[in-house]
Design a protein around this ligand. Sequence first.
Ligand SMILES: N[C@@H](CCC(=O)N[C@@H](CS)C(=O)NCC(=O)O)C(=O)O
Length: 260
Amino acid sequence: MSEYQVPKVWQENPAQKNPFGNQPTAGSRFEQKLPIGKHPLQVYSLGTPNGQKVAILLEELKEANVAAAEYDLYRIDIMKGEQFGSEFVKINPNSKIPAMVDYSVNPPLPVFESASILLYLAEKYQQFIPTTLAKRTEMMNWLFWQTGAAPLVGGGFGHFYHYAPFAQEYPINRYAMETKRQLDVLDQHLADKEYMLGETYTIADMLIWPWYGRLVQGEMYGDAGEFLQVQEYPHLIKWAEKIGKRPAIQRALALEYKEI
Ligand SMILES: N[C@@H](CCC(=O)N[C@@H](CS)C(=O)NCC(=O)O)C(=O)O
Protein backbone atom coordinates (compact mmCIF):
# COMPACT_ATOMS: atom_id res chain seq x y z
CA MET A 1 0.00 0.00 0.00
CA SER A 2 1.27 3.46 -0.86
CA GLU A 3 1.53 6.14 1.78
CA TYR A 4 1.06 8.80 -0.88
CA GLN A 5 -1.91 11.02 -0.20
CA VAL A 6 -3.12 12.50 -3.46
CA PRO A 7 -3.38 16.29 -3.03
CA LYS A 8 -6.27 18.28 -4.50
CA VAL A 9 -3.92 19.94 -7.02
CA TRP A 10 -0.84 18.35 -8.56
CA GLN A 11 2.47 19.99 -7.75
CA GLU A 12 5.92 19.18 -9.04
CA ASN A 13 8.10 17.31 -6.54
CA PRO A 14 11.63 18.75 -6.81
CA ALA A 15 13.03 15.52 -5.31
CA GLN A 16 11.73 13.59 -8.32
CA LYS A 17 13.27 15.62 -11.15
CA ASN A 18 13.69 13.24 -14.06
CA PRO A 19 16.99 12.99 -15.92
CA PHE A 20 15.66 14.61 -19.11
CA GLY A 21 14.80 17.74 -17.16
CA ASN A 22 11.14 17.39 -18.19
CA GLN A 23 8.86 20.14 -17.01
CA PRO A 24 5.07 20.42 -17.18
CA THR A 25 5.45 23.00 -19.94
CA ALA A 26 6.41 22.88 -23.61
CA GLY A 27 8.44 25.21 -25.83
CA SER A 28 12.05 26.20 -26.21
CA ARG A 29 14.19 27.02 -23.19
CA PHE A 30 17.30 28.49 -24.81
CA GLU A 31 18.61 29.85 -28.11
CA GLN A 32 20.19 27.15 -30.25
CA LYS A 33 21.76 26.96 -33.69
CA LEU A 34 21.66 23.51 -35.25
CA PRO A 35 24.28 22.57 -37.87
CA ILE A 36 23.10 21.87 -41.43
CA GLY A 37 25.26 19.46 -43.43
CA LYS A 38 25.56 19.09 -47.20
CA HIS A 39 23.05 16.29 -47.78
CA PRO A 40 19.32 16.68 -48.55
CA LEU A 41 18.16 15.08 -45.32
CA GLN A 42 19.25 16.49 -41.96
CA VAL A 43 18.50 14.14 -39.09
CA TYR A 44 18.65 15.20 -35.43
CA SER A 45 18.43 12.08 -33.36
CA LEU A 46 20.08 9.58 -31.01
CA GLY A 47 20.69 5.82 -30.86
CA THR A 48 17.57 5.01 -28.79
CA PRO A 49 14.91 2.62 -30.19
CA ASN A 50 12.92 5.52 -31.69
CA GLY A 51 16.10 7.01 -33.16
CA GLN A 52 17.24 3.63 -34.49
CA LYS A 53 14.08 3.31 -36.60
CA VAL A 54 15.09 6.29 -38.74
CA ALA A 55 18.73 5.19 -38.99
CA ILE A 56 17.56 1.73 -40.09
CA LEU A 57 15.36 3.02 -42.91
CA LEU A 58 18.06 5.44 -44.11
CA GLU A 59 20.60 2.62 -44.19
CA GLU A 60 18.10 0.32 -45.95
CA LEU A 61 17.59 3.06 -48.56
CA LYS A 62 21.36 3.24 -49.01
CA GLU A 63 21.41 -0.55 -49.42
CA ALA A 64 18.67 -0.17 -52.06
CA ASN A 65 20.84 2.43 -53.88
CA VAL A 66 18.47 5.34 -53.33
CA ALA A 67 21.14 8.01 -53.76
CA ALA A 68 18.68 10.88 -53.13
CA ALA A 69 18.21 9.72 -49.54
CA GLU A 70 21.65 10.82 -48.39
CA TYR A 71 21.68 12.31 -44.95
CA ASP A 72 23.66 13.96 -42.18
CA LEU A 73 23.05 12.54 -38.74
CA TYR A 74 23.43 14.66 -35.62
CA ARG A 75 23.24 13.70 -31.97
CA ILE A 76 20.69 15.44 -29.80
CA ASP A 77 21.80 14.66 -26.27
CA ILE A 78 18.52 14.35 -24.40
CA MET A 79 20.31 13.99 -21.07
CA LYS A 80 21.77 17.47 -21.62
CA GLY A 81 18.35 18.85 -22.62
CA GLU A 82 19.35 19.65 -26.22
CA GLN A 83 15.78 18.73 -27.32
CA PHE A 84 14.62 21.95 -25.65
CA GLY A 85 16.80 24.26 -27.79
CA SER A 86 15.06 26.81 -30.03
CA GLU A 87 15.96 25.31 -33.41
CA PHE A 88 15.12 21.75 -32.38
CA VAL A 89 11.77 22.88 -30.99
CA LYS A 90 11.09 24.66 -34.29
CA ILE A 91 11.43 21.26 -36.03
CA ASN A 92 9.62 19.29 -33.32
CA PRO A 93 7.43 21.28 -30.91
CA ASN A 94 7.13 18.07 -28.86
CA SER A 95 10.88 18.18 -27.98
CA LYS A 96 11.62 14.50 -28.64
CA ILE A 97 14.03 12.77 -30.96
CA PRO A 98 13.99 11.73 -33.77
CA ALA A 99 13.37 14.78 -35.94
CA MET A 100 14.37 15.52 -39.52
CA VAL A 101 14.34 18.32 -42.10
CA ASP A 102 14.09 17.56 -45.82
CA TYR A 103 16.04 20.29 -47.63
CA SER A 104 15.39 18.77 -51.06
CA VAL A 105 11.97 20.45 -51.11
CA ASN A 106 11.15 24.14 -51.08
CA PRO A 107 10.47 25.30 -48.44
CA PRO A 108 12.43 22.75 -46.35
CA LEU A 109 10.07 20.35 -44.61
CA PRO A 110 10.35 19.48 -40.92
CA VAL A 111 9.21 15.95 -40.03
CA PHE A 112 8.87 14.58 -36.51
CA GLU A 113 7.50 11.42 -34.83
CA SER A 114 9.44 8.33 -35.88
CA ALA A 115 6.48 6.69 -37.65
CA SER A 116 5.77 9.89 -39.59
CA ILE A 117 9.43 10.11 -40.65
CA LEU A 118 9.46 6.49 -41.84
CA LEU A 119 6.18 6.88 -43.69
CA TYR A 120 7.36 10.11 -45.33
CA LEU A 121 10.65 8.60 -46.52
CA ALA A 122 9.05 5.35 -47.66
CA GLU A 123 6.43 7.27 -49.65
CA LYS A 124 8.90 9.77 -51.04
CA TYR A 125 11.25 7.09 -52.38
CA GLN A 126 8.57 4.39 -52.91
CA GLN A 127 10.52 1.80 -50.99
CA PHE A 128 9.56 -0.65 -48.23
CA ILE A 129 5.89 0.35 -48.55
CA PRO A 130 3.11 -1.65 -50.21
CA THR A 131 1.35 -0.22 -53.26
CA THR A 132 -2.19 -1.60 -52.88
CA LEU A 133 -4.62 0.14 -50.54
CA ALA A 134 -5.35 -3.13 -48.73
CA LYS A 135 -1.69 -3.90 -48.01
CA ARG A 136 -0.93 -0.28 -47.23
CA THR A 137 -3.76 -0.27 -44.70
CA GLU A 138 -2.42 -3.46 -43.15
CA MET A 139 0.91 -1.69 -42.80
CA MET A 140 -0.72 1.39 -41.28
CA ASN A 141 -2.49 -0.84 -38.74
CA TRP A 142 0.93 -1.91 -37.45
CA LEU A 143 2.39 1.59 -37.64
CA PHE A 144 -0.40 2.95 -35.46
CA TRP A 145 -0.23 -0.12 -33.23
CA GLN A 146 3.47 0.41 -32.60
CA THR A 147 3.08 4.11 -31.92
CA GLY A 148 0.31 3.51 -29.40
CA ALA A 149 1.70 0.36 -27.82
CA ALA A 150 5.41 1.12 -27.31
CA PRO A 151 4.98 3.88 -24.70
CA LEU A 152 3.44 1.27 -22.39
CA VAL A 153 6.63 -0.76 -22.81
CA GLY A 154 9.08 2.17 -22.64
CA GLY A 155 7.39 4.72 -20.42
CA GLY A 156 5.56 2.01 -18.48
CA PHE A 157 7.47 -1.24 -18.07
CA GLY A 158 10.98 0.03 -18.93
CA HIS A 159 10.63 3.00 -16.67
CA PHE A 160 9.30 1.24 -13.58
CA TYR A 161 11.41 -1.94 -13.99
CA HIS A 162 14.73 -0.37 -14.93
CA TYR A 163 14.94 3.39 -14.51
CA ALA A 164 12.74 4.32 -11.53
CA PRO A 165 14.76 5.15 -8.41
CA PHE A 166 12.93 2.46 -6.40
CA ALA A 167 10.91 -0.67 -7.29
CA GLN A 168 7.12 -0.66 -6.91
CA GLU A 169 5.06 -3.80 -7.32
CA TYR A 170 1.86 -2.23 -8.66
CA PRO A 171 3.25 -0.45 -11.76
CA ILE A 172 5.79 -3.20 -12.50
CA ASN A 173 3.06 -5.86 -12.45
CA ARG A 174 0.71 -3.76 -14.50
CA TYR A 175 3.22 -2.95 -17.23
CA ALA A 176 4.97 -6.35 -17.24
CA MET A 177 1.58 -7.93 -17.93
CA GLU A 178 0.84 -5.47 -20.74
CA THR A 179 4.32 -5.90 -22.23
CA LYS A 180 3.94 -9.70 -22.23
CA ARG A 181 0.51 -9.34 -23.82
CA GLN A 182 2.01 -7.21 -26.60
CA LEU A 183 4.87 -9.69 -27.11
CA ASP A 184 2.24 -12.42 -27.46
CA VAL A 185 0.32 -10.33 -30.02
CA LEU A 186 3.45 -10.20 -32.16
CA ASP A 187 4.42 -13.82 -31.53
CA GLN A 188 1.01 -15.10 -32.63
CA HIS A 189 0.97 -12.77 -35.63
CA LEU A 190 4.41 -13.92 -36.77
CA ALA A 191 3.68 -17.65 -36.27
CA ASP A 192 2.97 -18.11 -39.98
CA LYS A 193 4.73 -15.08 -41.44
CA GLU A 194 8.26 -14.12 -42.34
CA TYR A 195 7.67 -10.40 -41.82
CA MET A 196 4.90 -8.28 -40.29
CA LEU A 197 3.05 -8.10 -43.63
CA GLY A 198 3.82 -11.63 -44.74
CA GLU A 199 6.54 -12.13 -47.30
CA THR A 200 7.62 -8.52 -47.75
CA TYR A 201 9.91 -6.55 -45.46
CA THR A 202 8.42 -3.09 -44.88
CA ILE A 203 8.72 -0.09 -42.59
CA ALA A 204 6.33 -1.92 -40.20
CA ASP A 205 9.21 -4.30 -39.42
CA MET A 206 11.63 -1.39 -39.08
CA LEU A 207 9.36 0.35 -36.57
CA ILE A 208 8.68 -2.71 -34.46
CA TRP A 209 12.13 -4.32 -34.41
CA PRO A 210 14.06 -1.72 -32.33
CA TRP A 211 11.54 -2.12 -29.51
CA TYR A 212 10.21 -5.66 -29.51
CA GLY A 213 13.00 -7.36 -31.46
CA ARG A 214 15.63 -5.91 -29.15
CA LEU A 215 13.55 -6.74 -26.07
CA VAL A 216 13.30 -10.45 -26.92
CA GLN A 217 17.00 -10.46 -27.79
CA GLY A 218 17.71 -9.35 -24.21
CA GLU A 219 19.09 -5.98 -25.33
CA MET A 220 16.79 -3.74 -23.31
CA TYR A 221 16.30 -2.80 -19.68
CA GLY A 222 19.00 -4.93 -18.02
CA ASP A 223 17.65 -8.38 -17.12
CA ALA A 224 14.18 -7.69 -18.56
CA GLY A 225 14.51 -10.63 -20.96
CA GLU A 226 14.67 -13.07 -18.07
CA PHE A 227 12.07 -11.19 -16.02
CA LEU A 228 9.60 -11.35 -18.91
CA GLN A 229 10.62 -14.91 -19.92
CA VAL A 230 11.02 -13.87 -23.55
CA GLN A 231 11.84 -17.43 -24.69
CA GLU A 232 8.05 -17.92 -24.59
CA TYR A 233 7.88 -16.01 -27.91
CA PRO A 234 9.80 -18.21 -30.41
CA HIS A 235 8.24 -16.77 -33.59
CA LEU A 236 9.06 -13.25 -32.49
CA ILE A 237 12.62 -14.29 -31.63
CA LYS A 238 13.07 -15.94 -35.04
CA TRP A 239 11.86 -12.77 -36.79
CA ALA A 240 14.07 -10.59 -34.57
CA GLU A 241 17.16 -12.65 -35.35
CA LYS A 242 16.51 -12.69 -39.07
CA ILE A 243 16.05 -8.92 -39.22
CA GLY A 244 18.96 -8.27 -36.88
CA LYS A 245 21.31 -9.92 -39.38
CA ARG A 246 20.49 -7.47 -42.18
CA PRO A 247 23.60 -5.43 -43.08
CA ALA A 248 21.62 -2.17 -43.01
CA ILE A 249 20.46 -2.87 -39.47
CA GLN A 250 23.94 -3.70 -38.28
CA ARG A 251 25.28 -0.50 -39.85
CA ALA A 252 22.41 1.54 -38.39
CA LEU A 253 23.15 0.35 -34.87
CA ALA A 254 26.83 1.26 -35.21
CA LEU A 255 26.39 4.71 -36.79
CA GLU A 256 28.34 7.68 -35.50
CA TYR A 257 26.22 10.69 -34.63
CA LYS A 258 27.89 14.05 -35.26
CA GLU A 259 27.97 16.55 -32.41
CA ILE A 260 25.72 19.59 -32.84
N1 LIG B 1 6.34 8.97 -30.30
C1 LIG B 1 7.67 9.50 -30.44
C2 LIG B 1 8.48 9.20 -29.19
C3 LIG B 1 9.83 9.88 -29.20
C4 LIG B 1 10.53 9.78 -27.86
O1 LIG B 1 9.92 9.43 -26.84
N2 LIG B 1 11.82 10.13 -27.85
C5 LIG B 1 12.59 10.09 -26.61
C6 LIG B 1 13.88 9.27 -26.80
S1 LIG B 1 13.55 7.65 -27.41
C7 LIG B 1 13.02 11.50 -26.23
O2 LIG B 1 13.37 12.29 -27.08
N3 LIG B 1 12.98 11.81 -24.93
C8 LIG B 1 13.42 13.07 -24.44
C9 LIG B 1 12.43 13.72 -23.51
O3 LIG B 1 11.43 13.07 -23.15
O4 LIG B 1 12.66 14.87 -23.13
C10 LIG B 1 8.34 8.90 -31.68
O5 LIG B 1 8.02 7.75 -32.01
O6 LIG B 1 9.15 9.58 -32.33
